[in-house]
Design a protein around this ligand. Structure first.
Ligand SMILES: [Cu+2]
Length: 346
């Protein structure tokens, strides 16, 4: 019923448009009316341009206001603050440019509509104008790109320098698993040939540092610690996306990617900041990786160091049987979070 109604409206509109065209052609045929017709059409077009400009700008401000509550809250990581600042500068430049160009475009279309008593001004070229609209955008764009590249280098170069808390994020269709290094602060090597139901990450049990490796279905990070995510994928390209920390890095099968950052706000602090007692951080997959991509995510929590250490003790080992053969982790050792080895690539 509804579809019939919509079709009737659509076809009715089409018929009206055709009729209007026929009327326009018919009136054009009468020579003496032509000039008056042309003038009226120009006038209505110019009013249309001005209306579009005003309605468009009002709508834009309305939408910015209506959707701003859906924007991400303040960054929960150290480098995220820099990214947000850079983003704000970009938005301000874009916004000013957009307003100026659109206002000129539509207002000029209104102001300079055809007038038979006015002659248009012709000039072949103007070097000064050419220079202005080449040099100013070049300087603005170049400075945006250079600052962006420098920030990105600062963020990504950290991974080589720092001795952070290494956490492996292992992505597969369609979930993430986290692996913590345990008391020895070293993630054991992995090999895709060792993957089985009992060993879904393919951790090499002959590697001595595998005995205390811990597996978790939740990413828990201590506040203020340097975190180094060591990222792998089993099957297709996924993407580790932590929007609240302004972190994103692809998970690529056959290689290891990394991202280092420092969480600066616990979940509880962010709940206070957002005035939302139900707020939770989340890790999302940000590459369309298959049918259940939309549902590929992992809960994330940032807690104080002591709470993190308590939580880590409750998480299962990669190889539960090996637990008896190693000494229990001392909490001071875990707190130092120094790690020197890297995870083997597949
Ligand atoms: Cu995915």
């Amino acid at each position: 019923m509804n579809i019939l109604l919509i079709l009737a409206v659509v076809f009715g509109t089409l018929v009206l448009v055709r009729l209007a065209n026929v009327a326009a052609i018919a009136s054009k045929l009468s020579e003496e009316n032509e000039e008056a017709e042309q003038e009226s059409a120009n006038r209505w077009n110019s009013i249309g341009m001005l209306t579009f400009l005003i309605v468009g700008i009002i709508t834009m401000f309305y939408l910015i206001n209506a959707y701003s509550p859906l924007m991400l809250p303040v960054s929960a990581s150290e480098h995220g603050v820099t990214i947000d600042n850079l983003m704000s500068v970009n938005w301000i430049v874009l916004f000013i440019t957009f307003l100026i160009t659109q206002i000129l475009l539509f207002f000029f279309a209104f102001k300079y509509k055809f007038n038979k008593n006015r002659r248009s001004f012709y000039f072949h070229d103007n070097n000064k104008l050419e220079a202005v609209w080449t040099i100013i955008p070049t300087i603005v764009l170049a400075s945006l790109i250079v600052t962006g590249l420098r920030e990105w280098n600062d963020i990504t170069n950290k991974s080589d320098k720092m001795d952070g808390l290494k956490i492996q994020i292992y992505a597969k269709q369609f979930d993430f698993t986290a692996r913590y290094a345990g008391a020895d602060k070293t993630l054991a090597k992995t090999n895709f040939r060792l993957i089985s139901d009992a060993n879904p990450l393919g951790v090499d049990s002959s590697d001595n540092s595998s005995a205390d490796d811990i597996i978790a279905k939740e990413l828990v990070m201590p506040k203020g610690a340097e975190i180094e995510l060591v990222i792998n994928s089993r099957d297709v390209i996924h993407s580790v996306y932590l929007p609240h920390f302004r972190v994103q890095m692809n998970a690529v099968p056959g290689m290891t990617t990394r991202f280092s950052f420092k969480p600066t706000m616990t979940t509880a602090e962010m709940q206070k900041e957002t005035k939302n007692p139900k707020f939770e951080y989340v890790m999302l997959c940000n590459k369309v990786c298959g049918v259940a991509h939309y549902n590929m995510k992992m809960p994330v929590r940032v807690v104080e160091m002591a709470e993190y250490q308590d939580w880590l003790k409750t998480q299962p080992l990669v190889f539960p049987a090996a637990a008896d053969t190693i000494a229990p982790a001392s909490s001071s050792a875990t707190a130092e979070m120094m790690s020197t080895s890297t995870t083997g690539t597949n």
